[in-house]
Design a protein around this ligand. Structure first.
Ligand code: PLZ
Length: 463
């Protein structure tokens, strides 16, 4: 039987102590406490739930994650783009504590509470466009994507959902259908929801230099021929693709798709789950080209690490749904809403949009320098604090996932958390919390430079 004491990790420093903002390796990795917890995980937790870095977290904040053995990692992942304001922002912590003392839950559909309404008001104001908007809150990104599709189908009376190559929208049945990549997300989990159609994306590194307008015309042609313009309820797109490889479409692609939607009575739905709330240096990635979606899906960074998601959109479309048609027991939980209000305020007060742009300048400087001396770095891309490099073989194009895994592994071994992504698994992505100092970023990219210099492993096909 597990003893109660086992549940409180014995950290190197007592809780509440300022977490040092420096990389530090106190033990071999993983250390003894993490190894013991990993063994418990293996015998208690579903094997399907994987682990990227095999150490157990004890504390996190600023730009650092500290494990139960006292090792401190520079966090270039933000828990997959969630802790944009930091993993323990003081204002978020205080807001959560204050709300928890009042009540943890009543269910907004039973007895509503003010923080939910306040989050809706904030998102209505912050999302692109100054038209009248309404918001509904949910728990996860996938749940919000599902609800965006429900609203789009209800508002249009149509069925078809258009998504793109390399898309990621979640792991529920409908969002698995919308996600492109089979392994690990879909294999063995079908049959999937119907009426989901996939169109080609704008992928400047791999589509032979198609302009945004040309790539949009190519996608629209597929939709018109294979789906039918008058069947489309919505076009759902990540304005910068996340899991699919940090792919920024060519300028003009998103505006052309949005215009086509307007002309054809389909809704343009921006999945800003990964890109939203300051991550790309604007409040929303759609702001970059002035694209105004009909519905915006928000999650991850919105609540400082608490689970919360939202669909925000044109009032007349969202309100087309009958009363009782949207909801869920926990959607817009009061503690998560309190955290969101504090996190959204922190983005403004801490100047985090500007900080994301500074991070872009610093990190892109480092990545372009790396690419100039290492031809295996085929492409440097992304915006704000959502940046990536695509790694390729000698021909400059063949994906090299083994190199990405080896470099990420070497960085982790030196105390830098680096995530990979991409349909081919050959993209290293960098998503630091915006509370990370320049000093930590430089230290992390020094480690990465060394990892590239010492890694010779490549995928056979890329040789
Ligand atoms: N839409 C654009 O990036 C989540 C997934 C990690 P949930 N991305 C991280 C994993 O392996 O499960 C994501 C996203 C975009 C939707 C989602 C789904 O958000 O909160 O994970 O459901």
């Amino acid at each position: 039987m597990t003893q109660l004491a086992d549940r409180t990790p014995d950290t190197a420093a007592p809780p509440g102590t300022e977490l040092p903002q420096s990389r530090h390796l106190a033990t071999e990795l993983p250390g003894p406490r993490s190894r013991a917890l990993m063994a418990r995980k293996a015998s208690a937790v579903a094997a399907g739930v994987g682990t990227t870095v095999p150490v157990f977290a004890a504390r996190a904040g600023g730009g650092i994650v500290e494990d139960v053995d006292g090792n401190r990692f520079i966090d270039l992942g933000s828990g997959i783009a969630v802790t944009t304001v930091g993993a323990s922002h003081p204002a978020v912590v205080a807001a959560v504590q204050a709300q928890v003392e009042q009540f943890t839950h009543t269910c907004f559909m039973v007895t509503p509470y003010e923080p939910y309404v306040a989050v809706a008001e904030r998102l209505n104001a912050l999302t692109p466009g100054d038209h009248a908007k309404r918001t509904a809150l949910f728990n996860s990104g996938a749940e919000a994507v599902e609800n965006a599709v429900k609203i789009a189908r209800h508002a249009t009376g149509r069925d078809a959902v258009v998504v793109f190559d390399h898309a990621y929208h979640g792991r529920t049945n409908l969002t698995m259908a919308m996600t492109a990549k089979a392994m690990p997300y879909k294999s063995g989990f079908g049959p999937f929801a119907g009426e989901v159609y996939r169109a080609p994306l704008s992928y400047p590194f791999r589509d032979g230099g198609l302009s945004g307008a040309e790539a949009a015309a190519r996608a629209i042609d597929v939709v018109e021929k294979q789906v039918g313009a008058d069947q489309v309820a919505c076009v759902v797109i990540e304005p910068v693709q996340g899991e699919g490889g940090f792919i920024e479409p060519a300028p003009g692609f998103l505006p052309a798709l949005a215009a086509w939607c307007r002309e054809n009575g389909a809704l343009f739905v921006a999945d800003e789950v990964q890109t939203g709330v300051g991550r790309t240096g604007d409040w929303f990635a759609c702001d970059h080209e002035g694209v105004v979606p009909d519905l915006v899906v928000v999650a991850k960074g919105v609540a400082g690490g608490m689970p919360l998601s939202a669909v925000t959109g044109r009032a007349e479309l969202v309100d087309a749904v009958h009363t009782g048609g949207l909801g869920g027991t926990y959607g817009g939980n009061p503690v998560a809403c309190a955290a969101a209000l504090a996190a959204l305020e922190a983005v403004e007060r801490d100047g985090l949009l500007a900080r994301a742009r500074e991070v872009e300048r610093l990190v892109k400087g480092r990545l372009h320098a790396l690419a100039a001396r290492d031809p295996r770095v085929g492409d440097v891309r992304g915006r704000g604090a959502m940046l990536g490099v695509e790694l390729v073989g000698e021909d400059g194009l063949t994906p090299d996932p083994a190199l990405a895994a080896a470099v990420a592994g070497a960085a982790k071994a030196q105390g830098v958390i680096v995530l990979t992504c991409g349909t081919h698994g050959n993209v290293l992505r960098f998503l630091p919390p915006l509370s990370t100092s320049d000093e930590l970023l430089h230290d992390a990219f020094d480690v990465l430079d060394a990892a590239f210099a010492t890694t010779t492993t490549t995928t056979a096909a890329a040789r």
